[in-house]
Design a protein around this ligand. Structure first.
Ligand SMILES: [Zn+2]
Length: 300
Protein backbone atom coordinates (compact mmCIF):
# COMPACT_ATOMS: atom_id res chain seq x y z
CA UNK A 1 0.00 0.00 0.00
CA UNK A 2 1.01 3.60 0.16
CA UNK A 3 0.77 5.94 3.09
CA UNK A 4 -0.70 9.10 1.63
CA UNK A 5 -3.86 7.45 0.37
CA UNK A 6 -4.64 6.12 3.85
CA UNK A 7 -4.49 9.61 5.23
CA UNK A 8 -6.67 10.94 2.46
CA UNK A 9 -9.13 8.14 3.09
CA UNK A 10 -9.06 8.63 6.83
CA UNK A 11 -9.37 12.36 6.92
CA UNK A 12 -11.56 12.99 3.89
CA UNK A 13 -14.32 10.35 3.78
CA UNK A 14 -16.05 12.24 0.99
CA UNK A 15 -13.34 11.12 -1.39
CA UNK A 16 -14.36 7.52 -0.93
CA UNK A 17 -17.52 8.10 -2.91
CA UNK A 18 -15.36 8.63 -5.98
CA UNK A 19 -14.24 5.02 -6.01
CA UNK A 20 -17.44 3.89 -7.66
CA UNK A 21 -17.46 5.24 -11.21
CA UNK A 22 -20.18 3.06 -12.70
CA UNK A 23 -21.55 1.30 -9.69
CA UNK A 24 -25.28 1.35 -10.20
CA UNK A 25 -25.28 -0.53 -13.50
CA UNK A 26 -25.49 -4.31 -13.04
CA UNK A 27 -24.47 -4.01 -9.42
CA UNK A 28 -24.71 -7.24 -7.44
CA UNK A 29 -24.70 -7.34 -3.65
CA UNK A 30 -23.10 -10.59 -2.54
CA UNK A 31 -24.28 -11.82 0.86
CA UNK A 32 -23.27 -14.67 3.14
CA UNK A 33 -24.75 -18.04 2.20
CA UNK A 34 -25.43 -20.95 4.50
CA UNK A 35 -23.42 -24.15 4.40
CA UNK A 36 -20.25 -24.70 2.40
CA UNK A 37 -21.24 -24.48 -1.27
CA UNK A 38 -17.68 -23.69 -2.34
CA UNK A 39 -16.04 -26.88 -1.06
CA UNK A 40 -13.49 -28.05 -3.63
CA UNK A 41 -12.87 -24.55 -4.99
CA UNK A 42 -9.60 -22.70 -4.64
CA UNK A 43 -8.94 -18.97 -4.37
CA UNK A 44 -5.67 -17.05 -4.52
CA UNK A 45 -4.97 -13.55 -3.25
CA UNK A 46 -2.18 -12.09 -5.38
CA UNK A 47 -0.73 -8.74 -4.31
CA UNK A 48 2.70 -7.13 -4.19
CA UNK A 49 2.43 -6.09 -0.55
CA UNK A 50 1.28 -7.85 2.57
CA UNK A 51 -1.27 -5.22 3.60
CA UNK A 52 -3.11 -4.86 0.24
CA UNK A 53 -5.34 -7.91 0.69
CA UNK A 54 -6.11 -7.43 4.39
CA UNK A 55 -7.22 -3.84 3.72
CA UNK A 56 -9.28 -4.31 0.57
CA UNK A 57 -10.48 -7.90 0.47
CA UNK A 58 -9.97 -9.90 3.65
CA UNK A 59 -13.62 -9.58 4.69
CA UNK A 60 -14.76 -11.17 1.43
CA UNK A 61 -12.01 -13.80 1.49
CA UNK A 62 -12.93 -14.73 5.08
CA UNK A 63 -16.55 -15.12 3.93
CA UNK A 64 -15.59 -17.39 1.01
CA UNK A 65 -13.30 -19.51 3.22
CA UNK A 66 -16.21 -19.99 5.64
CA UNK A 67 -18.30 -21.08 2.66
CA UNK A 68 -15.83 -23.81 1.75
CA UNK A 69 -13.04 -22.35 -0.36
CA UNK A 70 -9.37 -23.26 0.18
CA UNK A 71 -7.18 -20.16 -0.07
CA UNK A 72 -3.57 -19.20 -0.85
CA UNK A 73 -1.60 -15.95 -0.75
CA UNK A 74 0.92 -15.06 -3.46
CA UNK A 75 2.99 -12.00 -2.41
CA UNK A 76 4.92 -10.72 -5.40
CA UNK A 77 7.25 -8.17 -3.74
CA UNK A 78 9.55 -8.54 -0.72
CA UNK A 79 8.13 -5.46 1.06
CA UNK A 80 11.65 -4.26 1.82
CA UNK A 81 10.65 -0.58 2.00
CA UNK A 82 7.72 -0.78 4.41
CA UNK A 83 8.75 -0.23 8.03
CA UNK A 84 9.62 2.55 10.45
CA UNK A 85 13.10 2.57 11.98
CA UNK A 86 14.25 -0.79 10.62
CA UNK A 87 16.99 -1.50 8.08
CA UNK A 88 16.12 -2.85 4.66
CA UNK A 89 17.09 -6.40 5.65
CA UNK A 90 15.22 -6.23 8.95
CA UNK A 91 12.18 -4.96 7.06
CA UNK A 92 12.15 -7.95 4.71
CA UNK A 93 12.26 -10.34 7.66
CA UNK A 94 9.68 -8.48 9.73
CA UNK A 95 7.19 -8.46 6.85
CA UNK A 96 7.92 -12.10 6.05
CA UNK A 97 7.03 -13.01 9.64
CA UNK A 98 3.92 -10.82 9.55
CA UNK A 99 2.88 -12.65 6.36
CA UNK A 100 2.83 -15.92 8.27
CA UNK A 101 0.73 -14.29 10.98
CA UNK A 102 -1.69 -13.00 8.34
CA UNK A 103 -2.28 -16.36 6.66
CA UNK A 104 -2.84 -17.99 10.06
CA UNK A 105 -5.28 -15.24 11.08
CA UNK A 106 -7.29 -15.46 7.87
CA UNK A 107 -7.10 -19.25 7.57
CA UNK A 108 -5.21 -19.42 4.28
CA UNK A 109 -3.39 -22.66 3.56
CA UNK A 110 -0.02 -21.32 2.41
CA UNK A 111 1.86 -18.19 1.29
CA UNK A 112 4.18 -18.03 -1.71
CA UNK A 113 6.68 -15.13 -1.66
CA UNK A 114 7.89 -14.30 -5.18
CA UNK A 115 10.19 -11.68 -3.54
CA UNK A 116 10.66 -9.14 -6.32
CA UNK A 117 12.16 -5.91 -4.99
CA UNK A 118 9.63 -3.56 -3.46
CA UNK A 119 8.90 -0.39 -5.50
CA UNK A 120 10.94 -1.79 -8.40
CA UNK A 121 8.48 -4.15 -10.02
CA UNK A 122 8.42 -2.11 -13.23
CA UNK A 123 11.91 -3.61 -13.73
CA UNK A 124 10.49 -7.15 -13.65
CA UNK A 125 10.16 -9.09 -16.91
CA UNK A 126 6.41 -9.25 -17.47
CA UNK A 127 6.50 -12.68 -19.09
CA UNK A 128 8.61 -14.05 -16.21
CA UNK A 129 6.14 -12.86 -13.57
CA UNK A 130 3.20 -14.07 -15.66
CA UNK A 131 4.89 -17.47 -16.13
CA UNK A 132 5.40 -17.88 -12.38
CA UNK A 133 1.73 -17.08 -11.77
CA UNK A 134 0.61 -19.50 -14.50
CA UNK A 135 2.67 -22.22 -12.81
CA UNK A 136 1.05 -21.54 -9.44
CA UNK A 137 -2.48 -21.29 -10.90
CA UNK A 138 -2.01 -24.72 -12.49
CA UNK A 139 -0.28 -26.24 -9.45
CA UNK A 140 -2.90 -25.01 -6.96
CA UNK A 141 -5.84 -25.38 -9.40
CA UNK A 142 -6.96 -21.81 -8.77
CA UNK A 143 -10.60 -21.03 -9.65
CA UNK A 144 -10.88 -17.51 -8.22
CA UNK A 145 -8.42 -14.65 -7.82
CA UNK A 146 -8.31 -11.47 -5.75
CA UNK A 147 -5.95 -8.72 -6.88
CA UNK A 148 -5.65 -5.06 -7.83
CA UNK A 149 -7.83 -3.96 -10.71
CA UNK A 150 -5.64 -3.85 -13.84
CA UNK A 151 -7.96 -1.10 -15.12
CA UNK A 152 -8.05 0.90 -11.86
CA UNK A 153 -7.39 4.60 -12.43
CA UNK A 154 -4.77 6.91 -10.97
CA UNK A 155 -2.70 4.06 -9.53
CA UNK A 156 0.77 5.46 -8.81
CA UNK A 157 2.54 2.38 -7.44
CA UNK A 158 4.27 0.27 -10.13
CA UNK A 159 4.15 -2.82 -7.88
CA UNK A 160 0.35 -2.60 -7.94
CA UNK A 161 -0.23 -2.19 -11.67
CA UNK A 162 2.53 -4.57 -12.77
CA UNK A 163 1.16 -7.32 -10.52
CA UNK A 164 -2.43 -6.59 -11.57
CA UNK A 165 -1.65 -6.85 -15.29
CA UNK A 166 0.33 -10.07 -14.82
CA UNK A 167 -2.53 -11.64 -12.85
CA UNK A 168 -5.11 -10.69 -15.48
CA UNK A 169 -3.08 -12.19 -18.33
CA UNK A 170 -2.07 -15.30 -16.36
CA UNK A 171 -5.73 -16.08 -15.61
CA UNK A 172 -6.56 -16.85 -19.22
CA UNK A 173 -3.15 -18.08 -20.38
CA UNK A 174 -3.14 -20.73 -17.62
CA UNK A 175 -5.88 -22.46 -19.61
CA UNK A 176 -3.81 -22.52 -22.81
CA UNK A 177 -2.56 -25.79 -24.27
CA UNK A 178 0.46 -24.17 -25.90
CA UNK A 179 1.40 -21.75 -23.11
CA UNK A 180 4.35 -23.12 -21.12
CA UNK A 181 3.73 -26.71 -22.28
CA UNK A 182 6.67 -28.00 -20.21
CA UNK A 183 4.31 -27.74 -17.21
CA UNK A 184 2.30 -30.61 -18.68
CA UNK A 185 5.38 -32.80 -18.90
CA UNK A 186 5.81 -32.15 -15.16
CA UNK A 187 2.29 -33.44 -14.51
CA UNK A 188 0.34 -30.17 -14.34
CA UNK A 189 -2.86 -29.55 -16.28
CA UNK A 190 -4.19 -26.40 -17.89
CA UNK A 191 -6.38 -24.40 -15.50
CA UNK A 192 -9.06 -21.84 -16.28
CA UNK A 193 -9.39 -19.14 -13.63
CA UNK A 194 -13.07 -18.34 -13.89
CA UNK A 195 -13.77 -15.69 -11.24
CA UNK A 196 -11.93 -12.46 -10.48
CA UNK A 197 -12.47 -9.96 -7.70
CA UNK A 198 -10.48 -6.79 -8.46
CA UNK A 199 -10.10 -3.94 -5.96
CA UNK A 200 -8.58 -0.48 -6.44
CA UNK A 201 -7.34 2.47 -4.43
CA UNK A 202 -8.73 4.99 -6.89
CA UNK A 203 -11.76 5.03 -9.19
CA UNK A 204 -12.76 1.73 -10.75
CA UNK A 205 -15.83 0.15 -12.30
CA UNK A 206 -17.63 -1.38 -9.30
CA UNK A 207 -20.17 -4.08 -10.08
CA UNK A 208 -19.95 -6.21 -6.92
CA UNK A 209 -20.47 -5.20 -3.31
CA UNK A 210 -19.87 -7.87 -0.68
CA UNK A 211 -21.54 -7.78 2.74
CA UNK A 212 -18.65 -8.32 5.16
CA UNK A 213 -20.53 -7.54 8.38
CA UNK A 214 -20.16 -11.12 9.61
CA UNK A 215 -16.41 -11.22 8.96
CA UNK A 216 -15.53 -7.69 10.06
CA UNK A 217 -13.71 -8.81 13.22
CA UNK A 218 -11.58 -11.27 11.24
CA UNK A 219 -10.75 -8.49 8.78
CA UNK A 220 -9.61 -6.15 11.55
CA UNK A 221 -7.43 -8.95 12.98
CA UNK A 222 -5.93 -9.48 9.50
CA UNK A 223 -5.01 -5.81 9.25
CA UNK A 224 -3.50 -5.93 12.76
CA UNK A 225 -1.38 -8.89 11.64
CA UNK A 226 0.47 -6.49 9.30
CA UNK A 227 2.17 -5.23 12.43
CA UNK A 228 5.29 -3.71 10.84
CA UNK A 229 3.32 -1.86 8.17
CA UNK A 230 0.67 -0.50 10.53
CA UNK A 231 3.42 0.66 12.89
CA UNK A 232 4.95 2.46 9.88
CA UNK A 233 1.65 4.18 9.10
CA UNK A 234 1.09 5.31 12.68
CA UNK A 235 4.64 6.58 13.17
CA UNK A 236 4.74 8.32 9.77
CA UNK A 237 1.55 10.16 10.73
CA UNK A 238 3.03 11.20 14.06
CA UNK A 239 6.30 12.26 12.44
CA UNK A 240 4.41 14.44 9.96
CA UNK A 241 2.48 16.03 12.81
CA UNK A 242 5.63 16.58 14.84
CA UNK A 243 6.91 18.69 11.95
CA UNK A 244 3.91 20.94 12.59
CA UNK A 245 4.58 20.92 16.35
CA UNK A 246 1.54 18.73 16.98
CA UNK A 247 0.99 15.28 18.43
CA UNK A 248 -1.87 12.79 18.71
CA UNK A 249 -1.37 10.87 21.97
CA UNK A 250 -4.44 8.69 21.34
CA UNK A 251 -3.35 7.49 17.89
CA UNK A 252 -2.29 3.84 18.10
CA UNK A 253 -2.65 0.89 15.71
CA UNK A 254 -6.26 0.17 16.67
CA UNK A 255 -7.28 3.82 16.34
CA UNK A 256 -5.50 4.14 12.99
CA UNK A 257 -7.18 1.00 11.62
CA UNK A 258 -10.55 2.32 12.73
CA UNK A 259 -9.99 5.72 11.11
CA UNK A 260 -8.41 4.58 7.86
CA UNK A 261 -9.98 1.21 7.10
CA UNK A 262 -13.03 0.41 9.22
CA UNK A 263 -14.49 3.79 8.31
CA UNK A 264 -14.00 3.02 4.62
CA UNK A 265 -15.89 -0.29 4.86
CA UNK A 266 -18.61 1.41 6.91
CA UNK A 267 -18.96 4.15 4.27
CA UNK A 268 -19.21 1.60 1.43
CA UNK A 269 -21.72 -0.37 3.50
CA UNK A 270 -23.80 2.71 4.24
CA UNK A 271 -24.30 3.32 0.52
CA UNK A 272 -25.83 -0.16 0.20
CA UNK A 273 -27.74 -0.50 3.47
CA UNK A 274 -25.07 -2.70 5.06
CA UNK A 275 -22.96 -2.34 8.20
CA UNK A 276 -19.65 -3.08 6.48
CA UNK A 277 -18.95 -3.84 2.82
CA UNK A 278 -16.12 -4.27 0.33
CA UNK A 279 -16.45 -3.38 -3.33
CA UNK A 280 -14.95 -4.93 -6.43
CA UNK A 281 -14.85 -5.05 -10.17
CA UNK A 282 -16.00 -8.65 -10.49
CA UNK A 283 -15.54 -10.77 -13.60
CA UNK A 284 -17.35 -14.11 -13.53
CA UNK A 285 -17.58 -17.21 -15.69
CA UNK A 286 -18.61 -16.78 -19.32
CA UNK A 287 -22.18 -18.09 -19.75
CA UNK A 288 -22.51 -17.09 -23.42
CA UNK A 289 -22.93 -20.69 -24.65
CA UNK A 290 -24.96 -22.06 -21.72
CA UNK A 291 -28.29 -21.98 -23.55
CA UNK A 292 -26.86 -23.49 -26.73
CA UNK A 293 -25.16 -26.25 -24.71
CA UNK A 294 -28.37 -26.99 -22.76
CA UNK A 295 -30.30 -27.36 -26.02
CA UNK A 296 -27.76 -29.28 -28.09
CA UNK A 297 -25.25 -31.15 -25.91
CA UNK A 298 -25.47 -34.96 -25.82
CA UNK A 299 -23.54 -37.49 -23.70
CA UNK A 300 -20.08 -38.24 -25.05
ZN1 LIG B 1 0.41 -2.06 -1.84
Amino acid sequence: MERRSFLRGALSPGLLAQTNVAGSRNLVVERAVSGTPHVGKVLALITPHLDDGPIFASGTIAKLLKEGYTGYFIRTSNDEKDSFGLTLGETVLANERDTQQFITTLGLKQAFDLAYRNHRMDDVGRSELRGRLIFLFRLLKVDTVFSYDPWGQYEENPDHYVTAQAVEAACWMASGRLDLPEHFAAGLKSQAVSEKYYFARGPQLVNRVVDVGATHETKVACIHSCRTMIDHMVKDTKAALAGRKLTLPSLDAAEYIKLAFESRDAEVGRRHGLTYAEEFHYIGPDHAFDEYIARNAVPL
